[in-house]
Design a protein around this ligand. Sequence first.
Ligand code: EPZ
Length: 428
Amino acid sequence: MDRIRIRGGQPLQGRLAIAGAKNAALPLMAACLLTDETLTLSNLPHLADIATMAHLLGELGVQVTMDGSGPDGGQAGRVLQLTATDVRDVTAPYDLVRKMRASVLVLGPMLARFGRSRVSLPGGCAIGTRPVDLHLKAMAQLGAEIELKEGYIEARAPRGLCGNRVVFPFVTVGGTENALMAAALAKGETVLTNAAREPEIADLAHCLIAMGAEIEGIGSDTLTVQGRERLHGARHAVLPDRIETGTYAMAAAITGGSLDLVGARQEHIAALTEVLRRAGAEVTPTASGLQVSRRNGPIRGVDVMTEPYPGFPTDLQAQFMALMAVAEGAAMVTETVFENRFMHVPELARMGADINVHGASAIIRGVHKLSGAPVMATDLRASVSLVLAGLAAEGETILNRVYHLDRGYERLEEKLVACGADIERLRY
Ligand code: EPZ
């Protein structure tokens, strides 16, 4: 199994290109199931999760054409053509769903177009129990009959789905995406209330509109969808990854460097920008994206609470904790989205961080220096928080279980090396 070796202490300096967003790309790929015409997606990141979703769609009978890496030898995002003309199966099998929970996003589109869908129940994962009850409730409110059998969700709507009012009791990104895709082919009007407002939802809505859907309220917590009898093919470019942006912004801050994040959209990381400025970093919009630097002075402790968008993202919580581990003063980080998302704490502690967890909050007392250590993590964002800690630490850090990183950060070592980091992948 590959490992990553980091020798810390180099301030990062240079330009770093932000890839297309994984969490936008996955629902967009599932949306191809809504039409028998070709959906062409560009700016897709080179990531293991994208390959897993492509594999799942292929198994269902979708014709998947991956268009090379572009004229610059693999630097630009991929282009994928997805044609769901001959879907022969409506089952998302356990082996793929357990590998990637986002596979559940095929449920809504398949149900809406074919009147049935069978998807393995995802089960828990490293960051929480993560049920899909709200996805199922939304499908039921759109008229589906849902049964849970032998570990599978069996959903049926033989006469098609019917528009309805769907009220989410709390915000769910995937639940909103599944409901939005299903509503696009339901009969009549659907109103999604307390819908998630993440930029990835807006990206999906724009793609659905390009496919012929009618959606109002994009960017707000109420989405109104007029169902269509059929949708058609379209071309859509995936929006830049705000979590990759935020991660590298914190890499600049933790190493006392300066990075130009090319393609980054400041409006998508406003909550982080505000916190980084209070912590002592400079964040400046540029013609090509965003510049983040910390040239003078220390990082200061700032309290943060994770919340659905536009609040501080849970997907940046672990990275922020690494930053606070070397801040002057203390910081409190409260996680409100997932119940078990502090798995990075004991690993950061092995590198010298002073962190105490009390329920959903962690108190971090900044230390002068972290020290390199062998570490491992149980999920994607926890893994990358250890990379950030390693970049700032004295000595050598060896990161195990690198496959988590490959799910969400394309060419991580390459991008960081180009900005002066001493980091390499050790292949086994
Ligand atoms: C999406 O997961 C992201 N994944 C996650 O990114 C992200 O952390 C999360 O949204 C929150 O922003 C993708 O977009 C592929 P939710 P999702 O439904 O849709 C509970 C990463 O690192 N809930 O908004 O699964 C749930 O357990 C990943 O890239 C229910 O109780 O998240 C959680 O506590 C990890 N019942 C909360 O809601 C449901 O039916 C929010 O989950 C659905 C969710």
